[in-house]
Design a protein around this ligand. Structure first.
Ligand SMILES: Cc1cc2nc3c(=O)[nH]c(=O)nc-3n(C[C@H](O)[C@H](O)[C@H](O)COP(=O)(O)O)c2cc1C
Length: 136
């Protein structure tokens, strides 16, 4: 699990996403081998977990145990995602592009799952604050 801010939708039909991953990330090695990813948009309850998962490496840390996550199964993949999430995007890596200290990944979307009852967390003020993405 790698906290990832630099991702975006790249195509709507067919669905494609893209993201940029630093060359030091263990996730980069896993992706090179598995070529499969789930972009999980976490609920606001997972704010602490997203900082925790973004400040250590899965190379030497069991992140799920460290930040105390409950994981959920996702249709069509063995990858699990934390609970609660607003949205889960299951995708496979189609192309990569070297971007100096990062690698850009272009991925084909295989499935999208949403939960309207979850408030997504968002990084405000240049990631100085994390709070719900939507004001109510
Ligand atoms: C709020 C936040 C956003 C981040 N966004 C990205 C990102 O878009 N791309 C990236 O390569 N790393 C990003 N990181 C850093 C990775 O999450 C970090 O390198 C992580 O330790 C990699 O874990 P891994 O070695 O298990 O793959 C972010 C970290 C935080 C806290």
């Amino acid at each position: 699990m790698c906290t990832l801010a630099w991702w975006t939708i790249a195509s709507t039909n067919p669905g494609k996403i893209m993201f940029s991953l630093n060359k030091g990330a263990y996730t980069l090695e896993l992706l090179a081998e598995k070529k499969e990813v789930v972009i999980a948009v976490p609920g606001v309850e997972l704010t602490g977990a997203l900082i925790g998962c973004g400040t250590c490496s899965g190379r030497d840390t069991d992140k799920a145990a460290k930040v105390g996550l409950t994981m959920q199964d996702i249709d069509g993949t063995n990858i699990k995602a934390p609970v609660p999430c607003k949205m889960l995007i299951h995708a496979t890596v189609a192309q990569t592009m070297d971007a100096d200290d990062h690698v850009v990944h272009l991925c084909d979307v295989k499935g999208v799952y949403g939960d309207e009852n979850v408030d997504a967390v968002y990084g405000w003020k240049g990631y100085a604050e994390f709070a719900a993405a939507q004001q109510k």
